[in-house]
Ligand binder design. Structure first.
Ligand code: UD1
Ligand code: UDP
Length: 373
């Protein structure tokens, strides 16, 4: 009987940002002949995940299709655990790679822990040390660090967080963030889009918002502040590719209906979004990943959160935490639009998140036990 000597590496992911950061790694691993690569998507996101898979030409081997409208944290965790068990038993991977801090990541890691399958954590070591901010992501990523065998830290700060938590330094590598790998392939100088033509006579504000802890009052505060600023500036237009969560959609509809300064559009695929980002004047968001992309493109970001696990961008000067109070967001947004010195000091091209070779480094470690790039 002939048994394969290839190392079997499974990647499990389910949401848009995980897919954006894991697909470059999937393609890198698939190019390595000594590795057998298996891709499992949980389908925690349905349409927003499909958009990314299409851009990166990744076809999953398994799809758990767990998404439900207005799903709860219980729904995601239970359904991932339940559906993944049989696949892990059937395929018996040598290592399972997870990304970041979603419930897909947490539940997959828990399943692997129960089955004693080694876990590799991509984007390890990000911390706020407040388990309610972001919620539930800070809990998810801390738990994964307790049980993962390979820790791929994007920055020196993330590495240090893991060292401070007494994790074994021999199992932590600083690789850079795979989002920079993705960004290298998406941004084009000759890109055009009808929405950008609509905004071309103005300064373009790009908006996104989705954090679970911001649903409800905080989100209304955020939207009201943005509306006031848009109404007061004739040379500004906003594009808001809105998350598919129905709770966010109803809040945005309530505040922005009949407002001709803002276009609320369907989620952009990642190629479009990165190009919108590169053509924008500034970004206002509660997203995690955008805090990594914007510094690489020298775009100021107002982060509508009280904490960030990405202090590198704050230190670099590109990001500013503005919380979720209507008055503070209104004041900070107005200042950034009206004060060119403040704007220029934030619009610096500092990229603390790597050189675009993170996937190669992670693949090297998995293949050879060390980085060769
Ligand atoms: C999830 C992650 C969060 C990550 C975010 C990225 C958890 C707990 N949360 O939050 O860490 O930052 O993704 O966007 O893991 N929906 C659709 N179609 C889609 C995607 C979502 O209809 O393609 C709707 C569904 O009604 C779904 C709801 O949005 O129930 C919320 O999705 P969910 O994944 O639970 O939460 P996110 O806020 O997206
Ligand atoms: N993004 C996208 N289309 C959009 C909005 C965002 O492709 O319409 C990308 C963005 O470039 C970033 C990622 O989605 O890479 C961020 O995802 P999200 O804000 O949903 O999650 P988070 O990063 O907060 O976990």
């Amino acid at each position: 009987m002939c048994t394969s000597l290839k190392k079997k590496i499974m990647l499990v992911f389910g949401t848009r940002p995980e897919a954006i950061k894991m697909c470059p790694l999937v393609n890198e691993l698939k190019a390595r002949s000594s590795i057998e690569t298996l891709v499992v998507v949980t389908g925690q996101h349905r349409q927003m995940l499909a958009q990314v898979l299409e851009v990166f030409h990744v076809i999953p081997d398994y799809d758990l299709s767990i998404m439900k409208e207005k799903q709860s944290l219980f729904d995601i965790t239970i359904n991932v655990l339940d559906n993944l068990k049989g696949i892990l038993e059937e395929t018996n991977p040598d290592v399972v790679l997870v990304h970041g801090d979603t419930n897909t990541t947490f539940a997959t890691s828990l399943a692997c822990f129960y089955m004693k399958i080694p876990i590799g954590h991509v984007e390890a070591g990000l911390r706020t040390y407040n388990v309610y901010s972001p919620w539930p992501e800070e809990f998810n990523r801390q738990v994964v660090s307790m049980i993962s065998s390979y820790n791929f830290a994007p920055t020196a700060l993330a590495f240090q967080n893991l060292i401070d938590e007494k994790r074994n330094s021999e199992m932590i590598w600083i690789t850079g963030n795979t989002v920079i790998d993705a960004l290298k392939t998406t941004v084009k100088t000759d890109y055009s889009h009808s929405e950008l033509v609509w905004a071309s006579d103005c300064r373009l504000i790009l908006i996104t918002a989705h954090r679970r802890e911001n649903l409800g009052t905080n989100m209304y505060n955020m939207f009201r502040a943005i509306k006031r600023v848009l109404d007061e500036h004739s040379d500004v237009k906003a594009i808001y590719p809105i998350h598919m969560n129905p709770l966010i959609r109803s809040a945005a509809k309530e505040i922005f209906t009949n407002n001709d300064k803002i276009h609320i559009i369907e989620p952009l695929d990642v190629l479009d979004f990165h190009n919108f980002l590169s053509k924008s004047y500034l970004v206002i968001t509660d997203s995690g990943g955008i805090q990594e992309e914007a510094p690489a493109l020298a775009k100021p970001v107002l982060v509508m959160r009280d904490t960030t696990e990405r202090p590198e961008g704050v230190i670099a000067g590109t990001l500013k935490l503005v919380g979720t109070s209507e008055e503070v967001i209104y004041n900070e947004f107005t200042l950034l639009l009206n004060n060119k010195d403040v704007y220029d000091s934030m619009a610096q091209a500092v990229n603390p998140y790597g050189d675009g070779h993170a996937s190669e480094r992670i693949a090297d470690i998995l293949e050879f036990g060390e980085m060769r790039h």
